[in-house]
Design a protein around this ligand. Structure first.
Ligand SMILES: NC(=O)c1ccc[n+]([C@@H]2O[C@H](COP(=O)([O-])OP(=O)(O)OC[C@H]3O[C@@H](n4cnc5c(N)ncnc54)[C@H](OP(=O)(O)O)[C@@H]3O)[C@@H](O)[C@H]2O)c1
Length: 224
């Protein structure tokens, strides 16, 4: 039986699938979630110590019954994310578009993090896949919907670190994967999935023990 375990919410493709494979290759027991059947994830699970679950980060009922014991996980990573409406423009955004991107990228992940926190061992790690685009210090504007949802996610993650996780020495990470060649990042992105997830897995595996970091896949701290 694997010594270490991780739950990854949003592992059907892209960075989440890459991380599921990377942790399995390191000998971890991986609990990986999909919304709809992902043949790639099921193929990875056939050859590894991996359990596939179904969950939608915007639907608390969907992850309430994962059947995992309290204190059984070293790490939970909430990776699910969307870009939001194509126009990305604050001046055009409808209430529905704002609600969708905010619920998927910020409030859904924050709620999942709080509700699933008891599954993490004392001294473990709760991670959120964020983006440098969520850095207020770094921002020069553009990508309004995506950027503000990730800034909100970072705020909620830091709050979770200080309000919910601190008493149990659980570290909260907001993880920037770099610009990665996925459906979201597109083919011109500078990093392969493997390059990004190798770095992210190193950062995640060496984390834990309380506190909050906004950090990239190279373990560099980022301006909030
Ligand atoms: N690629 C980049 O350059 C880049 C840069 C910075 C940050 N990020 C962040 O990295 C994370 C992964 O992105 P990616 O590039 O791998 O994108 P991707 O290839 O588009 O994959 C997105 C993943 O999120 C899942 N997802 C979306 N909405 C969900 C929901 N409501 N509930 C559960 N899962 C949901 C998707 O599942 P389905 O298959 O069911 O849709 C898929 O597994 C995101 O949080 C993204 O914002 C990416």
């Amino acid at each position: 039986m694997a010594d270490k375990s991780i739950l990854i919410i949003g592992a059907s493709r892209g960075i989440g699938l890459g991380l599921a494979k990377a942790f399995a290759a390191r000998g971890w027991h991986v609990h990986a979630t999909e919304r709809d059947r992902s043949d790639d994830l099921h193929a990875a699970a056939e050859n590894n110590v991996m359990t596939v679950h179904t969950a939608d980060v915007t639907d608390p009922k969907s992850y309430a019954g994962l059947g995992l014991d309290e204190g059984s996980l070293d790490v939970i990573l909430i990776n699910a994310g969307i870009t939001g409406a194509d126009h990305q423009d604050a001046a055009k955004a409808t209430a529905e578009e704002v609600a969708h991107v905010m619920m998927t990228n910020a409030f859904g992940p924050a709620r999942a993090g709080k509700e699933l926190l008891p599954l993490i061992k004392d001294g473990g790690t709760l991670g959120f896949t964020t983006s440098l685009m969520g850095s207020i210090a770094d921002s020069s504007g553009g990508y309004d919907l995506y950027r503000t949802s990730k800034a909100a996610q970072n705020m909620l993650a830091k709050g979770t670190a200080e309000q919910d996780a601190r008493g149990r020495d659980i570290q909260v990470l907001s993880l920037h994967p770099g610009w990665v060649q996925t459906d979201m990042g597109g083919p011109d992105a500078t990093l392969t999935i493997e390059e990004s997830v190798t770095g992210l897995a190193d950062v995640i595996a060496s984390a834990g023990g309380g506190g909050y970091r906004f950090v990239d896949y190279k373990n560099a701290d980022l301006p909030f």
